[in-house]
Design a protein around this ligand. Structure first.
Ligand SMILES: [Zn+2]
Ligand SMILES: [Zn+2]
Length: 169
């Protein structure tokens, strides 16, 4: 038996529009989600149910949660498990932090390296410990107003780790 999962239909800004159940019961009447062209009722942007890079379905496969009597809220994935590309809603956040890095770091090479380490900061990779050290050092070296900008932008986007790296938690 194939484990059940949800195919998530998400707008480009990261609002979950619909979770389509896929499992035993659904086998006979599989709905086609591909080509489904709808817009988000909260922000009006286009919705997707597949990775824009590799076309894999955007899924929530936390089966235990699906089957549990007290379902936990669906977790939006940040990166495609098939090709590793950030989904558009995560890419937007990475872009905002990248712009702050460009403003704060005058050394182009240094700024580039920090930006390349960003995905390892929001998500566990072999480079994560190195990335964390780098960001701590970076945030320790910038002026307080710039550090505050990182922290407030970060909190707005749910990047609590920026607070820790700035030595404020
Ligand atoms: Zn939206
Ligand atoms: Zn992908």
């Amino acid at each position: 038996m194939r484990a059940p999962y949800f195919v998530l239909q998400v707008c480009l800004n990261g609002h979950l529009v619909k979770a389509h159940f896929r499992g035993e019961l659904d086998e006979l009447h599989q709905t086609t989600i591909r080509g489904l062209d709808q817009y988000c009722s909260r922000c009006g942007s286009k919705t997707i149910a597949h990775c824009p890079s590799c076309s894999r379905e955007i899924r929530d496969e936390s089966v235990e949660e699906i089957l549990s009597a007290i379902p936990t809220p669906i977790q939006l994935p940040s990166f495609c498990v098939s090709c590793g590309t950030p989904y558009p809603w995560m890419q937007q956040k990475l872009d905002i932090i990248s712009r702050l890095i460009d403003q704060a770091e005058s050394d182009v090479q240094e700024a580039q390296e920090l930006k390349e380490l960003l995905p390892s900061i929001v998500h566990e990779t072999p480079k994560t410990p190195q990335a964390i050290e780098r960001f701590k050092r970076f945030l320790g070296s910038v002026t307080p107003p710039i550090r505050d900008a990182f922290v407030s932008k970060g909190l707005e986007m749910g990047f609590e780790f920026l607070l820790r790296y700035a030595g404020m938690k």
